[in-house]
Design a protein around this ligand. Sequence first.
Ligand code: NAP
Length: 280
Amino acid sequence: MAQLIDGKAIAARVRAEVKAEVEKLQAERGFVPGLAVVRVGEDPASKVYVTGKKKAAAEVGFNSWEHHVDASITQDELLALVGRLNDDPAVHGILVQLPLPKHIDAERVISAVKPEKDVDGFHPTNAGKLSLGKPGLVPCTPWGVMRMLEEVGVSPEGKRAVVVGRSNIVGKPMALMLLQANATVTVCHRKSDLPFEVGMADILVAAVGVPELIKGEWIKPGAVVIDVGMNRMPDGKLKGDVEFAAAKDRASFITPVPGGVGPMTIAMLMRNTLKAAKGE
Ligand code: NAP
């Protein structure tokens, strides 16, 4: 029976560390980090995420501002808002909550954020640095997964890591971070032989967006299973990408959904904003 990895508890620890560092920053350098969140339109999930981010920012002692604009905002107006935040010295981190309305080119908006304020880690400069193995701001979700592995004493070094999903915000950066940590990494997608590849994994990260796609019986006994999936079911409950009930009988460690990777993402956003404020 697998041991659960308690993302809620680890995230609380990360926030407490950030809070202590913010107090130190204020005492030594006389300022606190500032996080600006841009929300466009009325997407209900975005509203929930932004509320969570503002709550965490307040808890760790940041200044934070929500710029909530109408869905009818033009691309140029949104780029102008990002430009003002880029120029504001009190703002150390800028986050544009995705998804954006269809008439807005999300890639252009992400690229307009100054790389040193890009606390989501999505800017091409930061993505490039990650792939080159250079320091920069990295995407929060995979960074949170790395912290979870560290917390439970699982070193990726020398292990076979399999990442299911190759999105720019989770799968790809996850694979690069695991590679950087000296795992042997396989990245899977729709054309992969999932039962075979999953069966090879000492560390499995599922970031697909299909409820229970990964069957428990595919999992190598003793594997560490990290489920990034957050799938809202018709009954309102959240389900992961892994068939949890069966997987937990084979895995050594497993993350629950909810209460696993989800809380880590916001905690690592706080870490990134602190990092940006310190100019690290
Ligand atoms: P995405 O952009 O939709 O990417 C999904 C990836 O999964 C794609 O690479 C796709 O392959 C692959 N895929 C989809 N169906 C598949 C199948 N049947 N077999 C094999 N591969 C398949 O999704 P994302 O943004 O990375 O998010 C993935 C999941 O993580 C979602 O549930 C999302 O809600 C969740 N998420 C959670 C957090 C968190 O904080 N916990 C943060 C971000 C995302 P192709 O490339 O071949 O299309």
